[in-house]
Design a protein around this ligand. Structure first.
Ligand code: ZN
Length: 293
């Protein structure tokens, strides 16, 4: 007769224990934070700085995937509907292909093109594109100056969508702009007096970086495709003429041609990741590499 109340007591204790599990509480808190979705990791870096801790920021394109050809998973597409806002760069291959479809699936989520107001450079080519002649260069985030515009666009959207925290977003923006200016100044110090000013890269991701700092970017791929043997010979000649000492390679793109040119010209191969969340470190690494080459 006395067993039943005891069992009930034991059951109640177990429930309490399970309910109070610390990890359960953290999960709960995390799922309660409003979600902001961004297309690539450098946008997560900058959005986090402006939005602060009150949001969970999800990135569409995972580490190691190319934002030119990425295809979102059904789960990602479903989850986008729960986001406060979706921040895109604007013209990345994956964004061009998917934005309309994603918008149809989540019509209530505002889509914000964060590169709005930036003067885009024409004539960027991707092997994946059907109409390469109409493309503009999408890699605006490799310029700290353009990153300031991106930060301002993100702040303006957040202030509209969450007016209660607008003052905090604006304060965070001021701090972020000061940090971006400091990064820009450090890069100037490292590369302004550089000679020679040219570098090679497989895919021309650093167009805006090169433009800001008066550098010459030479791409190994041609019209988004691997170079032909004749083009390779021309690249090797150009490399010697321009006294190129560094070839940047990225994990998302082919490195065999870069290795071949490096062997022929005695240049170093340097791995970079302009798609990393560690945006500031990556930008400074590129500048330091050029400085010490
Ligand atoms: Zn590209």
């Amino acid at each position: 007769m006395k067993l039943r109340p005891f069992l009930f007591y034991l059951w109640a204790c177990l429930c309490l224990l399970v309910g109070c599990k610390p990890s359960g509480r953290t999960d709960n808190k995390d799922t309660q934070r409003p979600v902001i979705t961004v297309s690539i990791e450098p946008l997560r870096y900058i959005t986090e700085r402006i939005a602060g801790d009150g949001f969970r920021i999800e990135t569409f394109v995972p580490k190691g995937s190319s934002p030119e050809t990425y295809e979102p998973t059904p789960e990602q597409m479903m989850k986008l509907g729960q986001s406060l806002v979706y921040f895109t760069v604007g013209d990345l291959g994956f964004e061009r292909t998917w934005t309309d479809r994603l918008r149809q699936m989540s019509p209530e989520v505002p889509f914000v093109r964060t590169s709005e107001g930036i003067k885009l450079i024409e004539g960027h080519h991707h092997g994946s594109s059907d109409t390469p002649e109409n493309e503009t260069d999408p890699h605006v985030w490799t310029s700290p100056a353009h990153m300031k515009t991106i930060a301002q666009n993100i702040c303006a959207s957040l202030c509209k969508l969450d007016t209660a925290h607008a003052r905090q977003f604006r304060r965070n923006l001021q701090q972020t702009l000061a940090d971006l200016q400091a990064t820009e100044d450090s890069i100037h110090t490292l590369v302004d007096s550089l000679h020679p000013k040219a570098f090679l890269i497989y895919h021309p991701t650093l167009t805006y970086f090169a433009q800001d700092y008066g550098l010459t970017q030479i791409a190994i791929e041609t019209d988004g495709k691997e170079p032909s043997p004749a083009q390779l010979v021309r690249l090797i000649r150009l490399c010697k003429e321009k006294q190129v000492r560094t070839i940047f390679v990225q994990q998302e793109f082919d490195r065999r041609n870069a290795e071949l040119i490096a062997q022929e010209t005695g240049t170093h191969l340097v791995d970079i990741n302009p798609l990393s969340y560690e945006w500031k470190e990556e930008m400074l690494k590129i500048a330091r590499t050029l400085h010490t080459q």
